[in-house]
Design a binder for this molecule. Structure first.
Ligand code: NAD
Length: 331
């Protein structure tokens, strides 16, 4: 029995966490859970965005299943997601976007894994008011952070029989910062002669992804491009409700859906829990519980294939609970 920490998040967070924990329970995952409320509502109640006990739980268990958390736009506190990634040095954000034959989209055969550097770039959050009409933001790219994410992308490609790693950058304009990232990529690529290495400018990547997504395999990129481009890859496979992720460091691991707290549908019980569920499957695999992950993935596939009980983002009219129960019925 392994104990994991769970942050319920806000917006649709509690709804999808509830569905995922019930499915994990039905699949008899040998897990116990320490669940915490986090975010603005928790701040109103107890004066802390993330309670000390929640941090302590993660530090003890080392594994966190996290629902999305709302970040105020243009004001207010720093993103708790960015805070967690930095505090626990969760430097590798891995986002696999794979077509599911049961989900009808404009594209087939998409199978792209994005490696997003997770600790620096513009996300260091250093902004300076120069005068009333001018703000500067600092972009940081270091050799250490670039080397480890690029190494991880190639190591993953090698381990999973992938053919190509593409470095995504803007080194034509940001010659020093993205130039350093690209330079390190080209050096590390030489250590992996069996894997094709190419690089593309980020704007071209966006166009190529929606024209020829099948030409991409593994992609590695700095933080901001990874955030944006991976949302684009979710659109290729059927939307944000289907894109899982893991955030890995040398000591800690955090598993979360790529999407946010979706305030537009919060409380309506129509959120698709699949992205968080597949993130939980990545967690199970990371914990050596591959058989249970496979059992859950098969049950999801069966429900998607039947196409009778689907949430509205997948063109159905089922609630989150009905979709959850359909998956449980297949377990
Ligand atoms: P979002 O990802 O929350 O929503 C974008 C669109 O996708 C919305 O129309 C939403 O309804 C839909 N959507 C997202 N997840 C869905 C699901 N599971 N099922 C069905 N539809 C889904 O992006 P946003 O609206 O730009 O951001 C809302 C908040 O979430 C912001 O405060 C943002 O900072 C935060 N956010 C948090 C995380 C995180 O916790 N890791 C990630 C991204 C955004």
């Amino acid at each position: 029995m392994k104990t994991i920490t769970v942050f319920k998040g806000d917006g649709i967070g509690p709804e999808i966490v509830d569905a995922v924990l019930k499915i994990l329970e039905a699949a008899k995952a040998p897990l116990s859970y320490e669940c915490f409320e986090v975010g603005a509502a928790e701040y109103e109640r107890h004066g802390k965005l993330i309670p000390d006990a929640a941090f302590a739980s993660f530090e003890k268990n080392k594994v966190l299943l996290k629902a999305p958390i709302t970040t105020p736009i243009g004001k207010g506190f720093r993103s708790l997601n960015v805070t967690l990634r930095n505090k626990y040095d969760l430097y590798a954000n891995i986002r696999p976007a794979k077509s599911n034959s049961a989900v009808k989209t404009r594209f087939e055969n998409v199978d792209i894994v994005t490696f997003r550097e997770n600790t620096e770039d513009l996300y260091v959050g250093v902004e300076e008011q120069i005068d009333e009409n001018t703000v500067h933001a600092t972009k940081i790219i270091t050799r250490k952070a670039s080397e480890r994410i690029i190494h991880d992308a190639f190591a993953y490609a090698k381990e999973h029989g992938r053919k190509k790693v593409t470095c995504v950058h803007k080194a034509n304009i940001l010659k020093m910062s993205d130039g350093l990232f690209l330079n390190i990529f080209q050096t590390i690529a030489k250590e992996y002669p069996d894997i094709e290495a190419d690089d593309k400018i980020v704007d071209n990547v966006c166009m190529q992804l929606v024209m020829h997504p099948e030409t991409f395999d593994v992609m590695v990129m700095p933080n901001l491009y990874g955030d944006i481009v991976s949302d684009l890859t979710s659109g290729l496979i059927g939307g944000l409700g289907l894109l899982p992720s893991c955030n890995l460091g040398s000591e800690y691991a955090m598993f979360e859906a790529v999407h946010g707290s979706a305030p537009d549908i919060a409380g309506k019980h129509i959120a698709n829990p699949t992205a968080l569920l597949w993130s939980a499957c990545m967690m199970l695999e990371n914990l050596g519980m591959e058989d249970i992950a496979t059992k859950i993935r098969n049950a999801v596939d069966a429900v998607l294939e039947e196409a009778k009980v689907l949430t509205p983002d997948l063109h159905g009219n089922a609630t989150t609970q009905a979709y959850r129960d359909a998956i449980i019925a297949h377990l």
